[in-house]
Design a protein around this ligand. Structure first.
Ligand code: AMP
Length: 228
């Protein structure tokens, strides 16, 4: 999933993951988990995350590649928040190529800046199950309590306004090149990320249905040989 912070990558990655029964690998979530558990790596990562800066590539790439080696990723995965720059994208390409694989789809969620700031400042997350809410557009039934598991909802430290602005700047500087990288490989699909979750979900579903048909026809034509 490609797109700026607040574009809905996490929400839609989760929906796709259920549809295809594959895990979401969310780099930001992995980092927040490491920080919560404390330890030497937590200290290193924390400073970057709290300032809205990117964690250095050598740390990020190692953590994500190790995660992708785990057995639950064997049948595929949805990436949310990784890659975030060209170096990470190239590392992912190399890792996939070694296994005879490549990125199937890069779904790019397009949302304007004003809307992103509005979304991020009212975003709340369940500390137990990770469900994402928006206080205005997708509010929980009871203030501060998750509808799904009853967990407490919190605001991410880096969703506070100053850090949000920094994260958007970092996105512009580092991640916008990824659009071109995946467009060149013929896997980029742009999606209007505005509107309700259901609106965006419908647009993504149309892309996934097309992808399924292409995949089925390639398999029939013998272009690819997948061990399903
Ligand atoms: P996210 O939850 O995707 O918005 O990520 C939260 C924070 O985690 C970012 O602002 C970065 O500090 C860090 N982070 C997440 N993914 C990456 C990545 N691929 N490379 C470097 N830093 C990352």
């Amino acid at each position: 999933m490609l797109g700026p912070p607040g574009s809905g990558k996490g929400t839609h990655a989760t929906i796709i993951s259920k549809e295809f029964s594959i895990p979401v690998i969310a780099s930001g979530e992995i980092f927040r988990d490491i920080i919560r558990r404390d330890g030497p790596l937590a200290e290193k990562i924390k400073g970057y995350v709290l300032k809205g800066e990117l964690v250095p590539d050598e740390i990020t790439i190692k953590i994500i590649m190790d995660r992708l080696e785990m057995p639950d990723c064997e049948k595929g995965f949805v990436l949310d928040g990784f890659p975030r720059n060209l170096r990470q994208a190239e590392a992912l390409t190399r890792w996939l190529e070694k296994k005879g694989l490549s990125v199937d789809l890069a779904i790019y969620l397009k949302v304007n800046k004003e809307e992103l700031i509005r979304r991020l400042s009212s975003r709340r997350i369940c500390e137990k199950c990770g469900a994402i809410y928006h206080l205005i557009f997708n509010p929980p039934k009871n203030d501060e309590i998750c509808d799904i598991c009853g967990g407490h909802l919190y605001q991410r430290e880096d969703d506070k306004e100053e850090v949000v602005k920094r994260r958007l700047e970092v996105y512009e500087r580092e991640s916008s090149q990824l659009i071109e990288y995946y467009a060149k490989r013929g896997v980029l699909r742009e999606v209007d990320g505005t509107g309700t979750i259901e609106d965006v979900q419908k647009r993504i579903k149309a892309i996934l249905n097309c992808f399924r048909k292409e995949l089925a026809s390639d398999l029939n034509d013998g272009y690819i040989n997948r061990n399903e």
